[in-house]
Design a binder for this molecule. Sequence first.
Ligand SMILES: [Mn+2]
Length: 434
Amino acid sequence: MFELLKVEARKALNILEKHEFVRIYTHYDADGIASGAIIATSLLRMGKSFQVSFLSGLNEGVEEDELIVFADMGSGYPDVISSLESDVIVVDHHFPVGRIEPKKNFAHINPHLSGIDGSFELSASATAYVLAQELGDNRDLSAIALVGIIGDKQRITGGNLQVVRNGIENGFIEEKDGLRLISGKVRDVLKLSLEPFLDFYSKEDELEEFLEKTGIDGEMNVDDLTAEEERKVANAIALRIMKMNSYPGVFEDVAGKKFYLKKEIIANAVMMSEVINATGRKANQSVGFGICMRDESFLTKGYKMWKKFTEEIHQEIDRMRYEVKEGRCIRYLVMENGTSTGPIASVFSRYLFSDRPFIALNIKKDGRVKVSARSNRKMAEIIDLAEVMRNAAEKTGGRGGGHAVAAGANITADVVDDFIREVDRLCCIQSGWN
Ligand SMILES: [Mn+2]
């Protein structure tokens, strides 16, 4: 299934062979950090040196070099890529836009160009893994690919499944039946989990009642639950999620299979993904990158950031759920100096307000505005948020793009109202709701 991707990956190998040093730009989320680590590790094993930088998008400054590799970004920015005087390799899974006219050597590794749905079935990290396998024996990196797959909330089907199977067959990933949850004591896990979001953070009474009804000791470690206990928790979680106006598909993502990484310094794949994500959102990507490179000295810091970030998100959710506004066809939230837009938009769109696309805007002190738009697989069939973000941002002097189900934009504070109006209008046109 990766034959066409591999053709492009071999082109990338030819370019890489001409260089000793590679400059890597990657996205600052879990999938981006995992992709960066996969590429960096494969380069190290080839004896090449590299420098990696983390960006929120390609609108930020990119420095020219002999060879630049873009990971988890690039396909949506043909103008930026075409303007570069460097050799370029793009490893991305966002839908390609426009036409790239490279000045120098160029390889474009993107599942959408190879008949694979990159929005749901191949993360950037899994795409990077396909490249890594052309560069050498990098089968162990299938575990890091899985961290990115989970981080992007993709399904483990199609290409992703093939990568994960590869990891299982080679002993780098262990698959078990059960709930896909973070690690820790049952009580803390239920309270802090964001995927699934269970809305226990400030509802201690409900949490204790939940534990009592299911007959589970909250002090027990989730990984030590018996199959019977796990089934009880799963049923109770399913019931709670159902009562929340959540998207029906969310439970499928939690129940079924859980994954343990045999060679990584965090064994629970969901936990590793959450920690990496938190370091990215906290502008400390090098910590997450270090963990993906199996450097234990970053672990304590990583866990600390995860705890802090997760609590901030829960507090923000509690504060902001009553500030959510309605458009004609969207729901939206305008924050000032908020923690992060992506995670909050994910929880709102999947668990609390799942019947409309959700747009979170964060106005920063410098007047720049970060926008995250989220929906669910079903809604993504009628509304393409990547297109909505791109068009609305372009109309208001910004830039946007992403996936049909999860997209983003960067705009300025003075156009926020116009931007929201345009997003609402475009969502109405696409959906035909209004
Ligand atoms: Mn991604």
